[in-house]
Design a protein around this ligand. Structure first.
Ligand SMILES: Nc1ncnc2c1ncn2[C@@H]1O[C@H](COP(=O)(O)OP(=O)(O)O)[C@@H](O)[C@H]1O
Ligand SMILES: CC(=O)N[C@@H](CCC(=O)OP(=O)(O)O)C(=O)O
Length: 300
């Protein structure tokens, strides 16, 4: 090895050590705190990136944070509906869910996507347990009620006992957004909504939504128009003014609702950036859009 190669390796190691050391105050701040991460289907498409998200979740758990992963899978549901000759339809970002579509949603989310994520976390050295709203009575659903939207559900209540039992024993819960009502009828609930309600019920430190855009954009076609911080009132106005549309509506709504119920901060961040979770939690870089309860919190 040449002298310059040895120097390079030393410098590289020094940078790594510095990065680790800089994470210390953040680890101290968040140790023991619950972080609810929603991993959207749109950000799941690239398997390389998926591995990094999974490693980040395991990292959070290893350094003493309490991560809970809620996953989506909209694109995978679409592809299975397509294979089965069922047309996918959406209203205000929510999937119109008739009985055959409900079957596919449950099979894909609870059967395929959930178990794939559980297996990946376990391969990365974590200990994941997959569950949907039905398991341990985690979520009771009620119909969302819009005309013609079918078995789309809302969260009626969250029973955090099963999550606390798992997290207290070192497991990483991986939650899919299918839940039953009092009669056992399954409902398809938007995964952002589930993440927001779970974060609220647990009084989470952070709700982080990983998606395939930089955050909330003033013009959703132009990535340079990122809005870095908004408060609840401004977020509601963005929906009313149609700046936020489609799949971004349930995201902003769930952030607003969870903040109103005590979650400290909600972030919509770009899951296409490698290790975006670690960047958001352990650095000052502040990627994506941060939504806070009021302007008083805007410095966070
Ligand atoms: N103002 C906005 N800023 C950013 N994205 C927006 C906005 N309005 C609508 N969108 C759309 O919302 C999409 C994210 O929602 P969705 O596709 O449901 O993601 P996920 O699968 O992560 O839940 C973006 O890809 C974008 O097309
Ligand atoms: C009612 C409703 O729209 N449910 C969603 C559930 C999955 C989801 O939310 O997936 P993403 O996070 O990948 O969008 C759906 O059927 O697509």
């Amino acid at each position: 090895m040449t002298v310059s190669q040895t120097e390079y390796i030393k410098q590289d190691a020094a940078t790594r050590v510095q990065v680790l050391s800089e994470a210390l105050p953040y680890i101290q701040q968040f140790i023991g705190r619950t972080i609810v991460v929603k991993y959207g289907g749109a950000a799941m498409k690239d398997s390389n990136l998926k591995d990094k998200v999974i490693r980040d979740i395991v990292f959070l758990s290893c350094v003493g944070l309490r991560p809970i992963l809620v996953h989506g899978g909209g694109p995978e549901i679409n592809s299975w509906l397509d294979k089965l000759g069922i047309e996918a339809q959406f209203k205000n970002g929510l999937r119109v869910t008739d009985a055959p579509t409900m079957d596919v949603v449950e099979m894909v989310l609870v059967g395929r996507v959930n178990k794939e994520i559980v297996a990946l976390i376990n391969q990365a050295g974590g200990s994941a347990v997959g569950l949907c709203g039905k398991d341990g009575n985690l979520i009771k659903a009620r119909p969302q009620g819009d005309e013609g939207i079918g078995f789309v559900g809302e969260v009626n209540n969250v029973n955090i006992k099963i999550l606390e039992t798992l997290v207290n024993n070192g497991y990483i819960p991986v939650v899919s957004s299918v839940a039953a009502d009092e009669t056992g009828q399954p409902y398809n609930i938007n995964a952002d909504t589930v993440a927001g309600e779970i974060a609220a019920a647990l009084g989470a430190e952070k709700l982080i939504l990983l998606t395939d855009t930089r955050g909330i954009l003033k013009d959703y076609k132009d990535p340079s128009t990122l809005i870095p911080k908004v408060d609840i009132q401004e977020a509601r106005e963005l929906i009313a003014m149609d700046v936020v549309s489609g799949g971004m509506i349930p995201k902003v709504n769930c952030c607003v609702r969870s903040l109103a119920q005590g979650v400290k901060a909600a972030h919509i961040i770009d899951g296409r950036i490698p290790h975006s979770l670690l960047l958001e939690i352990f650095t000052d870089v502040g990627i994506g859009t941060m939504i806070v309860g009021s302007h008083l919190q805007m410095s966070g």
